[in-house]
Design a protein around this ligand. Structure first.
Ligand code: 5GP
Length: 196
């Protein structure tokens, strides 16, 4: 998606640990017009699927998920980072390794908000190794819900998560796929795509 790629080139900050900071428009301050445009693009990409809920993970997936949910006219459910003290039988629980913080944490989704009748579109801001998305997939599978697709704003194509999910047969669409980033120059190289 050209608009997102241009914004990453303009305002993204490449760190030397393989992390792209997008705090000025996606991860801290939110550009709502851009999020709405991303939502419309996901609607174009997944518009043929029956979607009843958008599932994401707190906190950085919530903004983009809201843009998508508005276009589909369905609610957003976000997986919450849980203290083990909160865990009871009313929630699906899964364990995720955090890419940016390096530690493992539990996330939960209440059984009230996802069930076997649901058709889920999973949305997140970034895809790197795929641990966050694996956790969300695990929750959907425990709930017996159908996963109609996975939408990611920024996929780091030089990390293995995207390839692995596609090989497993998931319908994965990423709005911008980064092939390489240079922390010295700040340059970001995108995978070229066939224009619709
Ligand atoms: P994964 O679980 O696929 O390894 O990493 C994805 C998660 O880690 C996303 O939910 C996102 O919050 C975070 N993440 C991974 N890579 C980056 C990055 O380069 N920049 C930012 N801002 N977050 C990232």
């Amino acid at each position: 998606m050209e608009l997102l790629e241009d914004r990453i080139r303009q305002d993204g900050v490449v760190k030397d640990d393989g992390v792209l900071k997008v705090d000025s428009f996606l991860n801290h301050q939110l550009d709502i017009e851009l999020l709405d445009a991303c939502g419309e693009e996901f609607k174009r990409l997944f518009g043929d699927a029956l979607i009843t809920k958008i599932l994401t993970i707190e906190a950085s997936g919530i903004g983009i998920a809201c843009g998508v949910a508005r276009c589909f006219g369905v609610p957003v459910v976000f997986a919450k980072k849980a203290q083990s003290i909160n865990l009871d039988g009313d929630a699906y629980v899964t364990r995720i390794q955090s890419y940016t913080h390096g530690r493992i944490f539990d996330v939960i989704v209440s059984k009230k908000y996802i069930g076997p009748e649901d058709h889920i579109l999973i949305i997140d801001d970034f895809l790197a190794n795929g641990c966050a998305l694996d956790g969300l997939i695990d929750i959907c599978q425990h709930a017996g819900a159908s996963i109609e697709g996975i939408g990611v704003a920024i996929e780091k194509g030089f990390q293995p998560g995207g390839r692995s999910l596609r090989e497993r047969g998931f319908r994965l669409e990423s709005l911008a796929i980064i092939e390489g980033m240079d922390p010295e120059t700040g340059a970001v190289e995108f995978r070229s795509r066939i224009k619709p």
